[in-house]
Design a protein around this ligand. Structure first.
Ligand code: SF4
Ligand code: MG
Length: 322
């Protein structure tokens, strides 16, 4: 299987009055064609910042933005903002933003809004773009007559489908989904997940699925990356991960997920997520980790390769304690 995206040592730091926020700190991973990589972690761990770094939608207070992002083997970090906008964003990699269904413009018809990226990014005429929008509305399970409706006439689930159509219409290969179901009820969530699965197979897409809710990812994820304090601390094949996560933080995350099958006592993770301004020395999880030993307080663990595409950043593995 070919690799559609390779990220190496990506950093995105922000300048704030309190200091430099290291939201994305030395993040590396790859994404295979047709794969869904779930990126999970508590809110404030840098997940949404990672998404913005990938698609280069950056706020003004950027302190550091560096690393490599290879798409089809080309390092798109080397492109100017103008070239990135023209060649990459929406055309190679697009995004469904967190809460996007609420950001539809209330005074514009749904069909026009779905068509707009084509007019802007691919120079398609209004008429052709509107015809294409109807096609994509059908693809996401919305009758094309809704192209002439306004957002308030659509349910929450339909709005989310329209937003997905908007992300697809420019034929990107990679879609970033940032909490794509978090504002929806459970049934609608399941429907959207099924839709995402279907269109991924039909269109041969690759997904980066960002969420704080591990349970949501289990239907879709091929691999799971766990983010903690701006770093990726584990990447595992999904079936392995749900059965037995590797990193002590990932273990805690899994233990905090309610399941129907067991009435195990839910754990919660003691302590607070660390500051991204002054993260703890050594392993960033050490203040909350039940296994922390001396080395964890001093040195940051490098990635330990479990097998190809699967890593864990924890000294227990380096030292043969697991
Ligand atoms: Fe815990 Fe040490 Fe592993 Fe960090 S490196 S997760 S502190 S055992
Ligand atoms: Mg977020």
């Amino acid at each position: 299987v070919s690799t559609v995206l390779t990220v190496k040592n990506l950093r995105l730091y922000f300048t704030t009055r309190k200091g430099v926020v290291k939201a994305v700190d030395n993040v590396s991973f790859d994404l295979k064609k047709g794969e869904t990589l779930a990126i999970v972690g508590e809110s404030g761990c840098g997940k949404s910042s990672l998404a913005k770094a990938l698609i280069r939608l950056l706020p003004r207070n950027v302190h550091t933005y560096s690393g490599e992002i290879l798409i089809d083997g080309n390092d798109v970090m080397k492109l100017s903002d103008e070239m990135f906008r023209r060649l990459i964003r929406w055309r190679k990699i697009s995004m469904v933003f967190q809460g996007a269904q609420n950001s539809l413009n209330p005074v514009l018809k749904v069909g026009f809004q779905v068509a707009e990226p084509l007019m802007i990014h691919n120079n398609v005429s209004r008429e052709d773009a509107l015809a294409e929008a109807k096609k994509y509305l059908r693809l996401v399970g919305i009758h094309e007559s809704f192209a002439d409706r306004y957002p308030f006439e659509l349910s929450g689930g339909m709005k989310q489908r329209a937003v997905i159509a908007m992300a697809l219409i420019t034929h990107p290969e990679i879609i970033i989904l940032d909490e794509p179901t978090s504002a929806l009820d459970v049934i609608t969530q399941a429907n959207i997940i099924n839709l995402l699965k279907k269109i991924k197979n039909e269109l041969g897409l690759s997904y980066i699925f960002i969420t704080h809710d591990i349970a949501v990812t289990s239907e879709l994820a091929d691999r799971v990356a766990v983010m903690y304090a701006g770093e990726i601390v584990e990447i595992s094949d999904a079936d392995e991960f749900y059965y037995r996560p590797k990193h002590p933080y990932a273990e805690k995350l899994m233990a905090s997920v309610p399941t129907l099958r067991t009435d195990k006592k839910l754990e919660f993770i003691p302590g607070a997520p660390p500051s991204l301004i002054n993260p703890p020395q050594g392993c960033r999880f050490n203040p909350r980790c039940p296994y922390a030993f001396e080395k964890c307080l001093k040195e940051s663990p490098p990635p330990y390769e479990i097998k190809s595409g699967n890593i864990v950043r924890c000294w227990l593995y380096h030292e043969g304690k697991r």
